[in-house]
Design a protein. Structure first.
Length: 423
């Protein structure tokens, strides 16, 4: 459908035996069916929420000197559990899917002594565990199939250096905690105990427990892949001026890759590359902004240091404005969320009229699934973080300023033929 990313094509020769009026009626019906509004709503299931505060099972999102903290707040879903990193409090919490706190890693200098951990009782989660560690900076997090925890942490100021090749400061390491909560070691660029990384954009663990460390630097996107024993398997740098160009693009245009996601099954990166043109005011002949030409999905193979075939993202047209609503013009951009282990790619559109468009495409750009998801108070969200699980479930951590909510949309149930592995 036109609004649903499909095309209506009528072959006159195939309709030569249909009367003219019947053909017109059929065409009108097809076109009318293409304007029935947004796709079907995909139900949201709220799992649990966290209160704001400084206790062990709360999120510290308090302002600092009247300003929001620059520290990260991240979550990671695995094995039916939620890992939650709270940068302000310099702690990592592990919750069940109904909100029971079962593991806590915390810096005692920033957190009160945990009073709920290890008490047990008929109405409490058994075997709760708390581990203290002097985190400097809690950032990105991940976990593997053996319950090893990966946490981005900062290095002491005296260890921060500047990398002239990457054009950035080297500030981060990746701590590795074993399933018993003990610090195993830390990873740097060369492996265990190596040179610090630039600020980390994302940590990701593949189906074979290979860790990807992804960083956005002044020179471009840099990535490192590590085997479970900490050995460096591969690395890559995609310079900003090395992005593929569009054929026939106008002079003065440029490309940018804001979103990069690791492949969940092999050492490979997937990039959303946006192509823009610079606009010129016809009267003053001066630059008057930029406009989007096209967005494409490209994959990058670090072993060959080469881009592979990609595809153009579909255009999501804005809905007609409603009376009393602000008029929005232009197309709705798509945000690349990541891939499932079945190799499907997941996207969300920009918000509009209380919802977002959710799309699933295959690696040739064919539409597999399209739905609408609704949100509440999204415009005023303090946190809005979406992830795709390996089996293709859309999971979110959001906060409207009163509490932190964890929800999911069981998109995997709509992708049975493409995601045969159990949830």
């Amino acid at each position: 459908m036109i609004d649903r990313l499909s095309l209506v094509y009528v072959d006159y020769m195939s309709c030569r035996n249909i009367s003219f009026l019947a053909g017109l009626a059929l065409l009108a019906g097809l076109l009318a069916s293409c304007h029935q509004g947004p796709p079907e709503l995909m139900p949201r299931q709220e799992l649990f929420h966290l209160q704001l505060g400084t206790l062990e099972d709360q999120m510290d999102l308090m302002l600092r000197n009247g300003l929001p903290s620059p520290e990260k707040n991240r979550f990671f879903y695995y094995h039916g559990l939620f890992l939650v990193a709270n940068g302000n409090a310099r702690k990592v919490m592990e919750f069940t899917s109904y909100g029971g706190l079962i593991t806590l890693f915390y810096n005692p200098a920033d957190n009160p002594v945990p009073v709920q951990m290890g008490k047990g009782g008929a109405d409490q989660v058994q075997n709760r565990r708390a581990f203290s560690y002097p985190f400097r900076h809690v950032g990105e997090i991940a976990a593997d199939s053996h319950d090893r925890l990966y946490v981005e942490d900062g290095v002491p100021d005296e260890r921060v250096t500047f990398d002239s090749a990457l054009k950035t400061r080297l500030t981060s390491i990746v701590l590795r905690f074993n399933k018993d909560g003990k610090l195993q070691d830390f990873l740097g660029q060369e492996g265990v105990g190596g040179t610090p990384f630039p600020p980390i954009d994302k940590l990701s663990v593949s189906t074979s427990d290979v860790l990807t460390v992804l960083c956005r630097t002044g020179a471009g996107w840099a990535a490192w892949w590590f085997k479970p024993d900490g050995t460096l398997e591969a690395k890559a740098l995609i310079p900003w001026d090395g992005l593929p160009r569009l054929s026939g693009e106008p002079p003065g245009s440029f490309a940018d890759a804001e979103i990069v996601r690791p492949d969940p099954t092999q050492p490979r990166l997937w990039l959303q590359v946006d192509y823009f043109r610079r606009n010129q005011d016809p009267t003053t002949k001066t630059e008057s902004g930029i406009s989007l030409i096209q967005s494409r999905i490209l994959s990058f193979d670090p072993q060959r240091s080469a881009f592979l075939d990609g595809f153009a993202l579909p255009i999501i047209a804005r809905e007609p404005s409603r009376p009393g609503k602000e008029v929005l013009t232009g197309d709705r951009p798509l945000q690349f969320l990541g891939l499932s282990r079945a190799g499907l790619l997941f996207f969300l559109s920009s918000p509009e009229n209380g919802g977002e468009r959710f799309l699933v495409l295959d690696q040739q750009g064919r539409l597999i699934l399209e739905r609408t998801i609704a949100y509440s108070a999204h415009e005023n969200s303090w946190i809005s973080d979406y992830q795709i699980t390996p089996s293709g479930v859309l999971v979110a951590m959001t906060c409207d300023g009163s509490q932190v909510d964890f929800s999911w949309w069981r998109s995997d149930k709509l992708l049975n033929s493409y995601a045969p592995l159990a949830f």
